[in-house]
Write a protein that binds this ligand. Structure first.
Ligand code: ADP
Ligand code: 5GP
Length: 211
């Protein structure tokens, strides 16, 4: 008597791509990219350009206790949280990594990233160097890209030109840049954002090594 039922009884030809137990092939996981670099170096500008060129890639939306800047949209630029709400996210294990940058907390919600990777979507985390090293420790397969400025003067000019922070905040961000530059050797790739289009092409080539 034939006791097979359902999927296990399927003719062999219907099992193409399945293993001996008839399990369907796992979806190829997405790749995790981490983009860091001093504030104002042009990380956001670079990834927005790269997103136009590379298919099937998304940027994770972080949580932060920093106050929204003009133009920041909840759920698009960040999930804006109170210090208490952020502490609860840490407590509940909801963050893949988190760090304090210039007195504010920033962190990557873990579930959205895991869902995107599981569905085969590549993911970019635009996070600071402290967070990047935490991600590398937890997920060694992550590909770390450091965006460096051509000079500190250029960085200062870009921060002033962006005009989103006070002079004091700009000074704090430039000071933080020194510590961030000191760990760039931990990254898999270093891209100097001097000419924007050159930097965009270099990052695109990291995402698409067949180019
Ligand atoms: P980040 O995300 O690293 O903080 P942004 O992407 O906001 O930096 O860029 C900071 C400022 O520098 C913006 O005004 C942006 O237009 C400018 N910028 C970015 N890349 C370049 C570049 N290659 N040359 C000159 N200015 C740039
Ligand atoms: P900003 O205040 O300019 O949006 O971000 C300040 C710094 O925080 C930048 O270096 C940015 O990359 C970093 N950052 C943004 N989101 C995260 C995050 O989820 N985790 C960590 N560790 N850093 C983040």
């Amino acid at each position: 008597m034939n006791n097979c039922r359902g999927e296990l009884c399927s003719p062999a030809t219907q099992n193409v791509g399945r293993d001996a137990l008839g399990t369907p092939p796992a979806k190829t996981k997405g790749r995790l990219f981490v983009l860091s670099g001093p504030s104002g170096v042009g990380k956001g500008t670079v990834w927005q350009e790269v997103l136009k060129l590379v298919p099937n890639i998304k940027v994770s939306v972080s949580a932060t206790t920093r106050k929204p800047r003009s133009g920041d949209v909840e759920g698009v630029n960040y999930f804006f949280k109170s210090p208490e709400e952020f502490a609860e996210m840490i407590e509940r294990g909801e963050l893949l990594e988190w760090a304090v940058y210039n007195g504010n907390h920033y962190g990557t919600p873990i579930w959205a990233v895991e869902d995107m990777l599981a569905s085969g979507t590549d993911v970019i985390l635009e996070i600071d160097t402290q967070g990047a090293l935490q991600v590398k420790a937890k997920m060694p397969e992550a590909i770390l890209i450091f965006i460096a400025p051509p000079s500190f003067d250029a960085l200062l000019e870009r921060l002033k030109g962006r005009a989103t922070e006070s002079d004091e905040e700009i000074a704090r961000r430039v000071a933080a840049a020194e510590a961030e530059m000191a760990v760039k050797g931990e990254y898999d790739h270093i891209v100097v954002n001097d000419d924007l289009q050159t930097a965009v092409r270099e990052v695109e080539a990291i995402f698409n090594p067949t180019l």
